[in-house]
Design a protein around this ligand. Structure first.
Ligand SMILES: O=C(O)CCC(=O)C(=O)O
Ligand SMILES: [Fe+2]
Length: 323
């Protein structure tokens, strides 16, 4: 099958040097609408009362099984802060879900259509994938107010092949900003290799090493418009920070700096403080959601899927193409 790559050599170089690459307008407005609408339907059909399974006695086992089985299912995961002390949801199920995963790309025709689209295949072909498989897909909500933090991590920790081949393809379904919890990454950090692995053992899943500590000042925000695709190298240190109270000048995007620069002098006092508050100080309590659809791809040629990974599939995933 002849798949032509769609990335320029500049884009490939940028991905190689930074560890991530933003492709604006990767998805059309219609594609975004279709994915969001479909998720709305899936959520409406989801029986939120099964939430109670998380407050049964054998909670750990139930939670682990729910997680493991989700590799080949369309499963719903709740936000930690979604439940009150009585074990009931504090708000509607629509506003309580953290993510849906991990086989949307396989089992749902709308998600499959985008995941296996020509442009995704071309993208992977440009990157040199020989026999790529989508090993997981997630619809991530980042709910307003309660959307939890995703701590600094590398995707290769979770989806390890020998040698490592994982790339994340993260599609913004809404504008993602520092206010509503965009991705943050340490540019170039993928050059330092994989720091730890997430291992599935007899007693559940654990990391084989503690996380190094990272300096928040090294992270840059990846603010993107809906429809943008962010390709993430499997060794790139990235996170979604929601507990940011301060953004240093060097972390500010050009847009933020411009906003401050454009403040009219005569109204400077009021505006300056308003803008400083907006730009420097944000807590977790944003009222905006931030939906994203994320695919993780690994190669299945020239590398081996690690048996200790959390995903142990009963049925081998189909390759997107074989080159
Ligand atoms: O969207 C997020 O909050 C985190 C996503 C992420 O880390 C990933 O897709 O690899
Ligand atoms: Fe990630």
């Amino acid at each position: 099958m002849g798949i032509t790559g769609n990335l320029s050599s500049e884009q490939l170089q940028s991905l190689d040097s930074q560890g991530y690459l933003v492709i604006e307008s990767f998805a059309t407005a219609e594609e975004i609408e279709a994915l969001r609408k479909r998720m709305g339907q899936l959520l409406d059909d989801f029986d939120g009362s099964t939430a109670s399974i998380f407050s049964t006695k054998d909670q750990q086992k139930t939670t682990d099984d729910h997680f493991y089985e989700s590799a080949e299912k369309v499963s719903f995961f709740f936000e930690e802060k979604a439940f009150g002390d009585d074990g009931c949801l504090k708000q509607s199920k629509q506003l309580s879900i953290n993510k849906v995963g991990h086989a949307l790309h396989e089992l749902d025709s709308v998600f499959k259509k985008f995941s296996c689209s020509e442009k995704v295949l071309s993208f992977l072909s440009s990157m040199g994938y020989k026999r790529p498989v989508i090993i997981q897909s997630m619809y991530i909500f980042k709910q307003p107010g309660i959307g939890g933090e995703v701590v600094p991590h590398q995707d290769n920790s979770f989806l390890y092949t020998e040698p490592p081949t994982c790339t994340g393809l993260w599609l913004a379904l809404e504008d993602a900003t520092i206010i509503n919890g965009c991705l943050w990454a340490i540019p170039g950090s993928h050059k330092n290799g994989l720091v730890r692995r997430f291992i599935r053992g007899e007693k559940g899943v654990t990391f084989d090493r503690p996380s190094p500590t990272y300096d928040q000042k090294d992270f840059v925000p990846i603010e993107v418009k809906a429809g943008a695709l962010v390709a993430i190298h499997g060794d790139l240190i990235h996170q979604r920070s929601v507990e940011l109270n301060y953004v240093s000048h060097s972390q500010m995007t050009k847009k933020m700096k411009r906003r401050i620069f454009l403040i009219p002098i005569d109204r400077a006092t009021i505006f300056f403080f308003v803008f400083l508050c907006l730009d420097y100080s944000f807590e977790n309590q944003s009222s905006k959601s931030r939906h994203a659809y994320s695919l993780h791809v690994v190669d299945t040629e020239g590398c081996k899927w690690a048996q200790e990974n959390w995903i142990k599939r009963k049925v081998e995933p189909e390759p997107l193409y074989v080159s």
